[in-house]
Ligand binder design. Structure first.
Ligand SMILES: Cc1cc2nc3c(=O)[nH]c(=O)nc-3n(C[C@H](O)[C@H](O)[C@H](O)COP(=O)(O)OP(=O)(O)OC[C@H]3O[C@@H](n4cnc5c(N)ncnc54)[C@H](O)[C@@H]3O)c2cc1C
Length: 510
């Protein structure tokens, strides 16, 4: 049965794009009683939203570009998000090694004073100056650092948790489903969605939310075929992952001579994430990849600062993403604003279109709230904002350590490594696949690195994971640990199960 066209019932909103902004808007809108359908052409978080530096941050360096509003809003979001999702986010201390010739101490102190005070801060400690000693991983020539706080987030899981929340609140989430046409018919749109097998469905909707990230302009120009053409600045950023560079738990923010900065961030216990670059990008966002020049650039900065020298052979993994930024004429890639813009049109008898441009993971909740406020106003629906205090799925516990003890007591056969990973990836959601088990054998086939069949089945059935890449690089980061042979074993299992598990091809409306 292929290439069928099904006309479905109408919904209030079709959200195009399953990155952080799309799922954030879908969850917020569904929670305010709107009927929502979200379509994602690939996997959830398959594009920019799994390729970030994974920081919940105000962005210290944006202060240099006088972006006080962006920094204040982002700083305020840090503690809101840390409370909403204590499983996949945690506070992170940063050290900024002081190099007199790059930025003077007075300038850094003013920046950190603003950073500490622009928004309310209850959980995160303030900044301070620290003298390093021989235990420091930094080169001996660096004796002073400035220390401050921000947050870390598992970006891809943040996307999936918002999608789960949206679904729980009644939204339909269709992955591997591309929006190919959108035709305005008076006060509504007819939207064509094409699934991976070629089948199409046509949905009637009062509003479209264009949360297509790097494809947002293309969506306006080619899918909606708007007479007003839109352009965006696409800026590539790449990261490398190396074996853990140092034992302590802080991250480093490294200033480069060209004014750019690179982070070195503790990653998945045994690794360090180093990046990012900032380069204008003209190609297909789906094809973005790191260049050898970018790898060399990141390695050079790391080697300028750290005692342990890194070489090309130390790179165990890398990834690249495309920032969808507001086009600001001649500004250089790193000077472009990371703020977002929401543009809504229609209403009063005209079909509604809401476009999202730019943004950061950190500000997704705020962006979604503002977008849904504007949608509700235009649709003449009165519904209160609600996401500020509601936990994300699995985040309904007060602190990780207490929950870890509870989980281990309930499932004593779990190794400490498994408990730690389950708590940090799933929070209380892990009990969905642990329920009823009393030994590791009960969790089924072991694919390697603590990945058991029970978790895989849960990810496929409940978290839209369609293949091993989604499981190993987005729902988890176990791709860093499985051998090629183990990945092959997982692939074979997924193929053998495909007839019984079909996560992505839902009939619309179900
Ligand atoms: C290198 C780098 C580092 C970053 N670091 C940070 C950081 O540390 N902290 C932070 O807060 N932010 C960071 N960001 C910014 C942040 O990652 C992005 O702002 C955010 O992920 C954008 O999310 P999005 O939903 O707009 O786009 P995306 O995640 O790209 O989602 C858009 C989705 O739309 C889908 N789509 C497009 N067209 C269609 C269609 N026709 N039909 C169906 N689906 C479609 C795409 O497949 C895609 O999945 C970073 C970005 C980069 C690139």
């Amino acid at each position: 049965m292929s290439n069928q066209t099904t006309i479905t019932e109408s919904v209030d909103v079709v959200v195009v794009g399953g990155g952080i902004n799309g799922v954030g808007i879908a969850a917020d809108a569904a929670g305010r009683g709107l009927s929502v359908l979200l379509c994602e052409q690939g996997d959830l978080a398959g594009a920019t939203s799994s390729r970030s530096s994974k920081l919940i941050h105000g962005g210290l360096r944006y202060l240099e570009h006088y972006e006080f509003k962006l920094v204040r809003d982002a700083l305020a979001e840090r503690e809101i998000l840390l409370t909403k999702a204590p499983h996949i986010m945690w506070p992170l201390r940063f050290r900024l090694p002081h190099q007199k010739h790059l930025r003077p101490a007075w300038m850094i102190r003013i920046g950190l004073f603003l950073y500490d005070n622009l928004a309310k801060r209850e959980m995160l400690p303030g900044s301070r100056r620290v003298q390093t000693d021989s235990s420091s991983p930094l080169n001996a020539s660096i004796s002073t650092c400035f220390e401050y706080s921000d947050g870390w987030v598992d970006d891809a899981r943040l996307v999936v948790l918002n999608a789960l929340q949206a679904q729980h609140l009644g939204a339909t989430i269709l992955t591997h489903t591309r929006c190919t046409t959108a035709q305005k018919q008076g006060d509504h749109w007819l939207v064509t969605l094409q699934q991976a097998n070629g089948d199409t469905v046509t949905v009637r909707t009062k509003a479209i939310v264009n949360a297509a990230g790097p494809w947002a302009a293309q969506f306006i120009n080619d899918v909606v075929q708007s007479p007003k053409k839109k352009s965006m600045r696409l800026v590539k950023g790449s990261h490398i992952i190396v074996n853990r560079m140092y034992d302590s738990g802080e991250a480093y923010i490294l200033q480069n001579k060209d004014g750019r900065i690179v982070f070195a961030i503790p990653y998945e216990d045994d690794f360090t994430l180093v990046g990012t670059t900032d380069e204008d990008y003209q190609g297909d966002p789906a094809e973005v990849s790191i260049s050898e020049a970018e790898i060399a650039y990141i390695l050079t900065i790391a080697n300028d600062y750290f005692k342990r020298p890194l070489s090309r052979e130390d790179v165990v993994h890398h990834y690249s993403g495309v920032r969808p930024l507001l086009d600001e004429g001649n500004a250089s890639a790193q000077e472009l604003s990371r703020d977002y813009q929401i543009k809504i049109s229609g209403g009063k008898g005209d079909a509604i279109m809401l476009n999202v441009f730019g943004g950061k993971i950190t500000t997704y909740r705020k962006l979604a709230e503002q977008a849904v406020d504007e949608l509700c106003d235009t649709l003449k629906i009165s519904a209160k904002a609600w996401t500020k205090t509601a936990p994300l799925p699995g985040g309904d516990f007060s602190d990780k350590e207490t929950y870890a003890v509870h989980l281990h007591a309930k499932y004593p056969f779990l190794t400490p490594t498994l408990v730690r990973r389950y708590v940090r990836s799933y929070g209380t959601l892990c009990e969905r696949f642990l329920y009823g088990s009393s030994s590791l054998n009960d969790l089924g086939t072991h694919f390697g690195a603590g990945l058991y069949q029970a978790e895989v089945d849960y990810l496929v059935h409940s978290e839209w994971a369609g293949d091993s890449e989604a499981i190993l690089w987005r729902r988890s980061k176990l791709g860093l640990r499985l051998s090629a042979e183990q990945v092959h074993g997982l692939d074979e299992y997924l193929v053998s199960q495909r007839a019984s598990i079909c996560p992505t091809q839902y009939a619309v409306g179900h």
